[in-house]
Design a protein around this ligand. Structure first.
Ligand SMILES: NC(=O)CC(=O)C(=O)O
Length: 258
């Protein structure tokens, strides 16, 4: 059902004119450590095959949210990205696992079943260069800074914040990452299901390099869209030139060689 629903909505977004489309975190599975092994798939597999086909059919770039991925006996939370000809452009395994304990509110330990990824994921499109993170990855400013250093102008985070951290941090983190780096930031959440064991906050959002929210969904299932305007991004970087004003002699954020 989820695959059918997701492919229909991707097609609708493309019909509405979207050239880059993104799905939410764990779009093919309930979000919860007890579900990941049951819903995990190899890549390629049923879910990613659908993503590749629908990207090709619609001639769009498709950031396929994430799925629980099984590889060599390990599970990952993985986002695959497909180009307009259906080829796999990037595979991002969530780098920072969601392990938190907020007493009386929420305890979640992704590391009970998942293994973290250990690589960065960027890709080029004719519209802009894009960096991908998954949910908790957005809390790490360093990742967004490294993507920006690599030339990304849009950062996309499929994510599923919850009823505790969602109202407190979801929009704030996106605006912070956008403003710090003067990039567009887009997040894509599952709709809220009050009956689920993990209730997602929803509110997929797009934020501009000025830090403004330029599109925002509610908590129900919907399609949200915005334009990425690289001239606007360039204007902001010229007006407030933090990129050329950094004190590289005093500090740095760097990718480690592997
Ligand atoms: N679900 C996540 O990975 C992250 C999250 O909900 C949060 O950081 O809060």
């Amino acid at each position: 059902d989820n695959l059918k629903r997701a492919s229909e909505l991707v097609k609708q977004a493309a019909q509405q004119g979207a050239q880059i489309v993104a799905l939410p975190e764990c779009f093919n599975s309930p979000y919860g450590t007890k579900f990941f092994s049951e819903y995990a798939e190899n890549i390629p597999g049923q879910s990613t095959q659908m993503l590749s086909e629908v990207a090709k059919e619609c001639g769009i770039f498709l950031i396929g949210g994430s799925i629980p991925e099984e590889d060599s006996g390990k599970l990952y939370n993985t986002c695959t990205v497909y180009g307009p000809d259906g080829t796999l452009l990037a595979k991002h395994r969530k780098i920072h696992l969601f392990n938190i304990d907020v007493p009386g509110k929420i305890r979640f330990q992704e590391s009970e079943t998942l293994t973290p990824g250990d690589s960065f994921s960027t890709f080029d499109t004719p519209y802009c260069k894009i960096g991908v993170g998954i949910c908790y990855d957005i809390r790490f400013a360093e990742l967004a800074q490294i993507y920006t250093k690599k030339g990304c102008q849009l950062l996309i985070y499929p994510g599923a914040f919850n009823m505790t951290t969602g109202p407190a941090h979801w929009e704030l983190l996106q605006r912070a990452r956008a403003l710090d780096n003067q990039v567009y930031v887009a997040t894509v959440s599952p709709a809220r299901d009050e009956k689920a064991s993990y209730i997602a906050w929803g509110h997929s959002t797009v934020v501009s390099p000025w830090g403004e929210v330029i599109a925002k969904a509610g908590s129900d299932e919907t399609i949200t869209s915005a334009d990425i305007d690289l001239q606007y991004l360039a204007d902001i970087r010229q007006q407030i030139p933090i990129h050329s004003q950094r004190r590289h002699d005093l500090y740095s954020v760097e990718e480690k060689p592997k």
